[in-house]
Design a protein around this ligand. Structure first.
Ligand SMILES: O=c1ccn([C@H]2C[C@H](O)[C@@H](COP(=O)(O)OP(=O)(O)OP(=O)(O)O)O2)c(=O)[nH]1
Ligand SMILES: [Mg+2]
Length: 151
């Protein structure tokens, strides 16, 4: 497993609430908790930036992390992310924040320490543009956006 430097910014993390960890051997995501000062209610349509109580410094430019919704919250409660997906750059050292969005029709209560989203580390390839006039031909060519139909 890759070692990533983490700063604990809220002392309730690691004491009152466990640090993010993989729930099972095959888990891809680490659940992030709401380390807000107090519990709150997210009204339908509302977004709120919620601290997770930690910062990570990925350091390796060939890695990044993404913050994704938890499927249960997203599907059952309409609780997803205001930015749809959060992207954490390898050189970011600030507090890890979750933009919570209630896209549902009812208010949603968040208690301090609740697991609100998940963090997934992903490999990254940084590309350098090579300017050309013509691409090498492919079967698809410029076809896209459903041009091959449904069936
Ligand atoms: O859900 C998120 C998304 C981003 N970030 C942090 C880490 C990321 O590296 C930084 C910048 O994110 P991004 O580049 O997506 O936002 P931006 O609007 O382009 O801001 P900037 O001008 O700071 O790059 O904000 C979070 O803490 N949570
Ligand atoms: Mg940016």
């Amino acid at each position: 497993m890759k070692k990533i430097d983490v700063k604990i910014l809220d002392q309730r993390l690691g004491t009152e609430f466990p640090l993010p960890s993989y729930a099972t051997a095959g888990s891809a995501g680490l659940d992030l908790r709401a380390l807000s000062d107090e519990s709150f209610e997210l009204q339908p349509g509302e977004t709120k930036l919620v601290p997770t109580g930690l910062s990570v410094y990925i350091a390796d430019p060939n890695l990044a992390a993404v913050i994704l919704p938890r499927s249960g919250l997203g599907h059952k409660n309409g609780i997803v992310l205001g930015n749809l997906v959060g992207l954490i750059d390898s050189d970011y050292q600030g507090p890890l924040m979750v933009s919570m969005w209630n896209r549902g029709n009812s208010a949603f209560k968040v208690e301090v320490g609740d697991r609100i989203a998940q963090l997934v580390f992903v490999p990254v390839v940084q590309a350098q543009f090579n300017i050309v006039n013509e691409f090498e031909k492919t079967d698809r060519g410029e076809g896209g956006f459903g041009h091959s139909g449904k069936k």
